[in-house]
Design a protein around this ligand. Structure first.
Ligand SMILES: Cc1cc2nc3c(=O)[nH]c(=O)nc-3n(C[C@H](O)[C@H](O)[C@H](O)COP(=O)(O)O)c2cc1C
Length: 198
């Protein structure tokens, strides 16, 4: 596992789209910042709505609080969407069914989708955190397609085996799985030891 920024030389794009669960993207940005990783934050228009509705905050505040570089979600010329830029990974957290569908169709019509398509073509790590209930067959087929293209899919479905005591614990369960997949050492949430059930 990589430890902090010394081995993690590039930047990570965190994209918040309009699925419920904006708090996951907010907390992920905070944790990456605490680990010394430079975040480029991109929020779709619908993501701005859910951030305001669910977290009573906005992208400018998150960027300022966690030293993230805020990019214009409509600007496909931004660094996050560049194939030659030093970007290590793109995490769409949460990922709406709309964004999921665009990716499965190869559509890069805004900075979030374009950054993700660039990640696919450059073989960069792409992680998506979809949330919907129930899933339409279209969602499931789109996830299967993206998975076959090496996208890591972490559903916004926290586990309960570590006895979460708060919403923050549930959020951290998912954020910890994302950090694991990014290869970052961290102490977010509890890990299973194997001694819990005797
Ligand atoms: C309050 C609210 C909650 C939403 N929750 C979800 C959700 O959990 N999953 C989803 O796929 N779409 C959800 N949507 C719909 C998306 O925001 C909508 O499909 C939008 O087109 C997504 O666009 P984007 O992917 O560009 O952000 C929600 C919308 C609102 C207003």
């Amino acid at each position: 596992m990589q430890k902090g920024v010394a081995q993690y030389m590039g930047e990570v794009v965190v994209a918040i789209t309009g699925a419920s669960g904006a708090i996951y993207g907010k907390r992920l940005t905070e944790c990456l910042s605490n680990l010394g990783v430079q975040v480029r934050l991109v929020v779709t228009e619908s993501g701005e709505l859910t951030l305001a509705h669910e977290c009573q905050t906005d992208k400018e505040t998150i960027a300022a609080n966690y030293s993230a570089i805020l990019e214009d979600g409509k600007n496909v010329a931004a660094k996050s969407a560049s194939g030659s830029a030093n970007i290590d990974a793109v995490v769409i957290c949460p990922c709406s069914g709309t964004t999921l569908g665009k990716l499965a169709a190869g559509i890069g019509d805004n900075l979030v989708t374009r950054s993700a398509i660039v990640a696919l073509k450059e073989r960069r790590k792409l992680i998506i955190v979809p949330r919907e209930a129930p899933y339409a067959t279209a969602h499931l087929e789109n996830m299967a397609k993206l998975s076959s293209w090496n996208t890591i899919i972490i559903p916004a479905s926290p586990g309960f085996y570590n006895h979460p005591q708060s919403i923050d614990d549930l959020v951290d369960f998912i954020v910890a799985r994302i950090l694991d997949q990014l290869g970052l050492e961290h102490d977010i949430g509890k890990r299973w030891t194997g001694k819990e059930i005797q």
